[in-house]
Design a protein around this ligand. Sequence first.
Ligand SMILES: Cc1cc2nc3c(=O)[nH]c(=O)nc-3n(C[C@H](O)[C@H](O)[C@H](O)COP(=O)(O)O)c2cc1C
Length: 197
Amino acid sequence: MSKPRIGIVISTTREGRFGERVARWVTDLAAGRTDITTEIVDLRDYPLPFFESVASPRFVPIDTPEAKKWSSKLAELDGYVFVTAEYNHSISGVLKNALDFVFAEPARKPAAFVAYGAVGEARAVEHLRNIVVELSMVPLNRAVHVNMEPFLGLIRDGKDFADYPYLAPTVETMLEELAWYAETLKAGRDAAELKAA
Ligand SMILES: Cc1cc2nc3c(=O)[nH]c(=O)nc-3n(C[C@H](O)[C@H](O)[C@H](O)COP(=O)(O)O)c2cc1C
């Protein structure tokens, strides 16, 4: 079985966003693993209009080129790390909109969460957990929350992630859990595909 491919999703697109710094940090920490491969999936590379289709993609797949580019990327990956901010106590509008464009592609794949902001953005992660369940993803227990002290140090005081050594082990624990689910669910999907063939 090929190694599970994990997408590290940068879920904000605004100018000056902090999200990409977090995504790079997680990618660097994952680089040493031999059981998964990772790649950054930047929502800036998948610009989508507001969702206005006649029906949910559960019933009517959306075949515009931009929607297909996004859904194909999710389809080719075996799991996701959503690097998420909190916008007004939830996820960014751009991430919610992007998730509204897909249905089958992320199903039966694990979703992990790395959140950053004043309160560790636990509210956004809880919302996102509910959303991914509706898309038949498997949300993981072990999330990473970069909260007030490191967040301010990183964005305001010129600090680096290495200045907060207690954070990296939380990413490593999350990746460990993610790798297990990604491999297990991939085996399950592959077996189901063989059975159906
Ligand atoms: C529209 C908007 C709403 C926000 N709402 C919250 C919030 O509800 N809770 C919070 O802790 N921070 C909130 N923030 C602060 C963000 O956590 C902070 O700006 C963070 O850097 C946003 O991620 P980004 O830089 O990747 O866009 C908000 C920021 C924006 C732009």
